[in-house]
Design a protein around this ligand. Structure first.
Ligand code: XIL
Length: 369
């Protein structure tokens, strides 16, 4: 038995001698080794996530991961839909002179389609990007024409290859009190830039499901309510909003029921719903966090299970996809990026070796219901 093997009580701290007592103990030791060996046998790989559900199971991927054979194999095993984590964002495509660089986006989209995956585009318009080209000094007419051209050019390039698009990402104010102010809203109006983006995307791609995507909808009920009112308002204005994207970066400390309540309210709009960026950090920003790892795992299981049950309870036509933001713990932005790494962080369904984390079982149970 290697380092850390079981120590039989009789030999604890004593020098092991090959004598009558030892020979008699041998079978017991071997039995113990066998038991311990079985305990040390690595847990099997998790059953394919995509086999758990009658709807698409998604995860993010980036071109930088395509050379990682283990990641490629795990993605092929587990997911039926790919969201490029970076390559379809304005920060990667849009150049300061309004030209577009599609080299990375083409590569990751082609790869996903070669694996037989659906592709979900993330994201055409995001308040946090595009400021260099779409700056406040740009004449309004030029701003509007370049804005329309960017959205229609990107959506049009992937026409017929995108199951859906996050057309506008994170339009609601941080605390849910109204809409977010940004370079787009200042130039085109708080609702105007959103309506315009949906209209341009629909004109460029008549088939893709067009989503409004947001975070903290479950974590902050006020924000969820503002978001749903915005969707209703946009529909009234004639914007072709075709889906609701709930990023679901879950705060595992929220009370039971908040997730279910939001999903119920979202479902009432009758649109397809995408759990679009699910993760569930164990980390707390509070220096006074006294929870044990076991307590945090239990909170994770409860909240992720609640989300999976609420999603599974949707009518089939409203279950667009269930997507995690990364496949394995080590693929998560919460683990990968400086300043976010945290010793015990385990925010996804699979561990670094592709084995089931506790939250995986909760999802599996919810989807078996
Ligand atoms: C994140 C990426 O995962 C990071 O690698 C990047 O540094 C920042 O953006 N909500 C979103 C995603 O809609 O686009 C963000 O992705 C995570 C939060």
């Amino acid at each position: 038995m290697g380092e850390g093997g079981p120590r039989s009580g009789s030999d604890e701290g004593s020098h092991f001698r090959l004598n009558r007592r030892s020979l008699l103990a041998a079978p017991l030791a071997l039995a113990a080794c066998d038991r311990f060996a079985s305990a040390q046998t690595p847990a099997p790989e998790a059953a394919p996530l995509k086999s758990l559900a009658p709807f698409p199971i998604g995860a993010t991927g980036m071109t930088g991961q395509l050379s990682d054979a283990v990641w490629v194999a795990q993605m092929r095993r587990h997911v039926s839909q790919l969201t490029p984590e970076w390559e379809l964002k304005p920060e990667r495509i849009l150049q300061p002179d309004f030209t577009c660089d599609f080299s990375a986006s083409d590569r990751i989209v082609d790869w996903g389609r070669e694996q037989g995956m659906r592709i979900h585009g993330h994201t055409l318009v995001w308040y946090s990007q595009g400021q260099q080209a779409f700056n406040d000094d740009l004449p309004r007419a030029r701003f509007a024409s370049e804005y329309d051209r960017y959205v229609s050019t990107v959506a049009g390039r992937y026409r017929g290859r995108m199951a859906g698009w996050d057309v506008v990402n994170e339009p609601v104010a941080e605390d849910g009190d109204g809409l977010r102010d940004c370079h787009f809203s200042r130039a085109l109006g708080q609702e105007g830039y959103i309506v315009r983006a949906f209209e341009q995307a629909r004109g460029a791609d008549p088939e893709a499901v067009l989503f409004l995507n947001e975070y903290n909808l479950e974590n902050i009920p006020k924000k969820g309510a503002t978001f749903l009112r915005l969707v209703e308002r946009l529909l009234t204005l004639g914007a072709p909003v075709g889906g609701i994207g709930a990023q679901s970066h879950l705060d595992i400390e929220i009370p039971a029921g908040q997730i279910t309540a939001f999903m119920r309210d979202a479902a009432s709009l009758g649109l397809p719903i995408h759990v679009s960026e699910l993760d569930f950090s164990l980390r707390s920003d509070s220096p006074l966090d006294t929870r044990s790892l076991g307590q945090k795992r239990a909170q994770q299981v409860a909240r992720v299970g609640e989300l999976a049950e609420a999603f599974f309870a949707l009518p089939e036509r409203q279950r667009y996809a269930f997507t995690t933001w990364g496949l394995r713990d080590t693929d998560s932005w919460l683990v990968r990026e400086d300043g976010r790494g945290w010793r015990d962080e385990s925010p996804l369904l699979l561990d670094a070796q592709g084995r089931a984390n506790p939250a995986y079982q909760a999802v599996a149970a919810a989807f078996r219901a």
